[in-house]
Design a protein around this ligand. Structure first.
Ligand SMILES: Cc1cc2nc3c(=O)[nH]c(=O)nc-3n(C[C@H](O)[C@H](O)[C@H](O)COP(=O)(O)O)c2cc1C
Ligand code: SF4
Length: 483
């Protein structure tokens, strides 16, 4: 057992907030402090074990004792909020970022990931011993920093799963071939860390890599038995691989929701240690289902906590208000990290800014917001929370062009944000004026300020003879064939 105050855990999510030195800074502190008020445990973003093993330049490190002070400060602040802290230790193997100068690449194989990445060196015994030492030293640093729990990465296509996966491991020695051979080195890492530190250990695994030649559930049930036998305290069941099937790994909206939960449930039925369920868990309905149908021990909520830092507080009825839903788009979070801008969020404008709370304004104004698309609604709600008097003008349906975004197949989750804003406009008692704002409205309204949020119209190409053209109006609900 992990002994948390409740069943919710924030899983590892790369933030990309460090300044290239791998050290904790104010941005990390603000991000996790805001999210640790109600949750059981926070997993800090994956910590690099060596500066030559980074996935992104702005990753946090645990590769030397200089990192301990910052990690200690961060851990203390999270503890003050009542949550436990988990250090996620991962060796990326051949998936270290080839664009970062000084990175090095090792693996069970000497073949690069088929979708890109550097050609790795096939590991010999000496390299394996070096890797074990890195895990052990980093685990000791985590404990010295006051961190409560260590999570070891055995999944997602990183080094240890590059040994486990038959799709990657092409060795003919005692570390390749049969299942028992492929899991030998990963279990050596576990046993060495187990011997070195006296804290709870979680194993993160991919129950299925979602490629025919890769890891599948039957072997992972067997592996879970071995993990249990060797003293693991919980198993965190995810899916996919960063090399072959990244959308499974970060659970994009195109991936069937709930498939990872089914895999976790199959493992849970066969073992006695607790299982952590993960993957697009972003509503109270999801949490209820996981508890009622699967009897989930622990529930990992990642992007739900990015989109709404009070997600767990709201689920537990400790914070009032509607849940700002994560859309599983990955545009702001993963996109921000990949672009080198750091994690942000398309539905939560406070992420990746120095603003953390909406404060009351010193002087109160009367403000008109013209246009009830997402930007207009967000502006109206924020102004109201600041204490201003707000009139929101919208001649059509609230949500604007974003109402069209959820119509294509597999994009249904995008509708959730329009529903959320509609509910917020109502609960904030914002004066909604359902008409086009004209000059006399503005004159009569006697406003101190006006926000134009009327959106944009597409550019029309100067094509000779073009007389009739359509934008997206044919997608409007009423225009679509029904039945
Ligand atoms: C921006 C981003 C970065 C992530 N980085 C990692 C990572 O480095 N290691 C890892 O095991 N999982 C990583 N994940 C996956 C999450 O831990 C989690 O499994 C996934 O987001 C699904 O859970 P969620 O739907 O609750 O967010 C990342 C996810 C996102 C969105
Ligand atoms: S950017 Fe999209 S996927 Fe990422 S947390 Fe925000 S809503 Fe969720």
């Amino acid at each position: 057992m992990l002994e948390l105050r409740n069943q919710f855990i924030m899983p590892p999510i790369k933030l990309g907030y460090s300044e290239g030195d791998g050290l904790v800074n104010q941005k990390h502190i603000d991000f996790y402090k805001r999210r640790s008020k109600h949750i059981g445990a926070i997993t800090i973003e994956p910590l690099y074990l060596d500066s030559g093993l980074r996935e992104i330049p702005a990753q946090l490190g645990i590769d030397n004792d200089e990192k301990n002070e910052g990690l200690k400060k961060l851990t203390n602040l999270i503890h003050l909020n009542g949550a436990k802290v988990i250090a996620h230790l991962n060796h990326p193997g051949r998936m270290a970022n080839p664009k970062i100068p000084g990175n090095f690449f090792i693996s069970s194989t000497d073949k690069a990931c088929e979708n890109g990445g550097a050609v790795p060196k096939k590991m010999n015994r000496e390299m394996m011993d070096d890797v074990i030492k890195m895990f052990v030293d980093s685990a000791k640093r985590a404990v010295a920093s006051g961190i409560d729990i260590i999570e070891l990465q055995f999944g997602h296509g990183y080094l240890l799963s590059q040994f486990i996966s038959p799709a990657v491991n092409d060795r003919t020695d005692e570390y390749g071939g049969s299942f028992n051979n492929r899991v030998t080195f990963p279990l050596e890492v576990l046993l060495s860390v187990r011997d070195a530190v006296d804290v709870s250990l979680i194993a993160r695994i991919s129950a299925d890599e979602m490629i025919s030649s890769g890891i599948h559930i039957e072997e992972m049930i067997e592996f879970s038995h071995l993990l249990e036998e060797k003293g693991i305290d919980a198993i965190h069941v995810s899916a996919g691989s960063v090399c072959s099937t990244p959308p499974w790994f970060f659970q994009h909206m195109f991936i069937p929701k709930g498939k990872a939960w089914e895999l976790a449930s199959r493992i849970k039925k066969k073992i006695n240690v607790p299982v952590i369920f993960v993957g697009r868990i972003n509503s109270s309905k999801d949490v209820e289902l996981l508890n009622e149908k699967y009897d989930a021990d622990y529930i990992a909520v990642g992007r739900a906590m990015v989109a709404d830092s009070d997600f767990v507080g709201k689920i537990l009825n400790k914070v009032e208000g509607n849940i700002r839903p994560c859309l599983a788009c990955a545009d702001g979070c993963l996109g921000g990290v990949k672009r080198g801008e750091g994690l942000s969020c398309v539905v939560n404008p406070l992420v990746n800014t120095s603003l953390h709370e909406i404060s009351k304004a010193d002087s109160l104004k009367k403000i008109a917001v013209i246009g009830g698309g997402l930007a207009g609604m967000e502006a109206a709600i924020t102004l109201k929370e600041r204490g201003h008097q707000v009139d929101l003008y919208e001649k059509n349906k609230l949500g604007g062009q974003f109402n069209l975004a959820s119509l294509p197949p597999n994009k249904e989750s995008l509708k959730d944000i329009v529903d959320y804003f509609n509910a917020e406009i109502e609960s904030h008692k914002i004066n909604l004026i359902q008409k086009e704002a004209v000059e006399t409205d503005i004159e009569k309204g006697n406003y101190d300020a006006i926000i134009m949020a009327t959106g944009a119209v597409p550019d029309i190409s100067p094509i000779k003879g073009l007389k009739e053209f359509y934008w997206t109006e044919f997608l409007n609900d009423d225009e679509l064939p029904h039945g």
